[in-house]
Design a protein around this ligand. Sequence first.
Ligand code: 4GT
Length: 251
Amino acid sequence: MFIQAITLFPEMFESITCYGVTGRAKQLGLWQFETINPRSFADNKLGYIDDRPFGGGPGMIMMAAPIQAALKQAGTRYKNQQHNSRIIYLSPQGQPLTHRKVIELAQYDNLVLLCGRYEGIDERVLQTDVDEEISVGDFVVSGGELPAMMLMDAVLRLIPGVLGDSLSAEQDSFADGLLDCPHYTRPSEFQGMVVPDVLLSGNHALIAEWRLEQSLRRTLARRPDLLDGRDLLPQEAELLQKILSEREQAA
Ligand code: 4GT
């Protein structure tokens, strides 16, 4: 996968290109990356790419022309029509990023991630040049770079070979629409707290069932919205029934 980020702060992306599993995967050639700085397309000597908002108000707006020039440089629509490319603007006004969306984005050969700063980008270039707007959550940060890196990390994890163990991605929370179960490692006793017996039993079927039950309990307690409209497997339905009837007895 070839990822391009349109950003005023290219160095920020070192955190994803140089470190951890994403850094290793890049070294292995499993993905490629470049940044394009809209600053280099400023049509003035001072290099400014922002201006005051029409209608007044605080802050500055990134101008359409340098953003369009940067997107044009990125190619896609213009040069790489043989590739399947997606141009994404990260913003709080976008559709929420979910595991489902991450799977969808992992199918592209090329993602172009447009990162805003200041109060955002002139709407007209978003209208004409951007395929979709995505949000990483209902909160505001100072720039699109961190949201872009969150999207990148989530997508890259799904590319074969990026995670050392191919089972890891399948076992992540949300891969099956549920929250993750609790995890434990040595020592088996820590400050008087012990690891659940079943995890030391060596009985893999029992362990798998315990983990599924824990996932269901947590999802029910913390994120019941995730269970709405989700088809349950027979084993899940049975465990959920057990959990719910326990609750009724306690009440
Ligand atoms: C939040 C998100 C995002 C921002 C999000 C334009 C200028 C947007 C600053 C940028 N804040 N971007 N993508 N929740 N801030 O995804």
